[in-house]
Design a protein around this ligand. Structure first.
Ligand SMILES: Nc1ncnc2c1ncn2[C@@H]1O[C@H](COP(=O)(O)OP(=O)(O)OP(=O)(O)O)[C@@H](O)[C@H]1O
Ligand SMILES: [Mg+2]
Length: 262
């Protein structure tokens, strides 16, 4: 049993692109203060799931509740109000090339919190320092820094407004293992400092083990197993076992296990 309230509740989520059925009746509860990793092979729909939760995409059917409020169908100011409580590190960092690093970080601070440019710059520098980048980086541009540093800036932006919920999409993809470890540790530190609820999407099992306290396995459009990260090696779930041992080829497994793989 979990004593904490449910922070994010997903029920019966479906999302298709033409004939491609990506989310198929997906259910998941994420409790307040938990750090959950959703794992699954490339192309399973992990990013699609995240985009539906944060409102970049809309599910075809199903329910997404954040703090018990139905957010499917929210638009405009109502959606903005919900999203003010969310911070997101996008797959590939997704920084604005034409803006210096401090403006990338303080984007939400200026637009949502109405801070002046000089206050926002000061806050941005503090956030950059929190992720190990000194103030001298503030006026540099994304193209002038390494992929690892870009991830740090993306992380600084995600935590900028001190949101209650943090989303990380493939935080270690595209960077070397040493930098990956640095980012994993930074994520753990930032989540702890904020007391946030965190959802990390990854196909990097090492990263999931380091960041999360719970793991949810996504396969064939559903969550097929949820458990504590330290139980992952004894899950008793064939799909989880295949995945953590690097044997999960989604095409073969889909054919063999069908879509009712729960
Ligand atoms: N906007 C879109 N239009 C059409 N198809 C899409 C769209 N977005 C995603 N898809 C398809 O949905 C499937 C799931 O994509 P998604 O990006 O969620 O996978 P993923 O699990 O995040 O993979 P990866 O680990 O490579 O990031 C893919 O087949 C992808 O081509
Ligand atoms: Mg993805």
């Amino acid at each position: 049993m979990n004593e904490h309230p449910v922070k994010i509740s997903l029920r019966g989520l479906t999302k298709s692109f033409g004939k491609k059925h990506v989310l198929r009746n997906l259910d998941l509860d994420i409790f307040q203060g938990d750090s959950v990793a959703i794992i699954g092979p490339s192309g399973t729909g992990k990013s699609v799931l995240l985009k539906n939760i944060v409102g970049i995409q809309t599910p075809d059917s199903g329910s997404i509740k954040i703090d018990s409020e139905e957010v499917v169908g929210l638009t405009g100011n109502a959606r903005d109000r919900v999203n003010r409580n969310l911070g997101m590190l996008f797959q590939g960092a997704a920084l604005f090339d034409s803006l210096p690093l401090w403006e990338n970080v303080s984007f939400g601070l200026m637009s949502a919190q109405g801070l002046s440019r000089s206050d926002a710059r000061q806050k941005a520098i503090e956030r950059l320092q929190q992720v190990g980048l000194d103030a001298g980086n503030a006026d540099r541009f994304p193209a002038d820094i390494s992929a690892g540093a870009q991830k740090r800036v993306g992380l600084a932006r995600a935590i900028a407004t001190k949101p209650e919920i943090l989303f990380f999409d493939e935080p270690t993809t595209g960077i070397d293992p040493v930098m990956g470890d640095v980012i994993n540790k930074l994520i753990v530190k930032c989540v702890k400092e904020l007391g946030a609820t965190a959802l990390t999407i990854t196909h990097d099992m090492e990263s999931a083990r380091r960041i999360a306290d719970k793991v949810a396995m996504m396969h064939a459009g559903k969550i097929v197993w949820v458990g504590d990260v330290d139980k992952i090696d004894d899950s008793g779930n064939e799909i989880v076992d295949q995945f953590i041992h690097g044997r999960l080829d989604s095409h073969i497994s889909n054919a063999r296990l069908g879509t009712s793989a729960a």
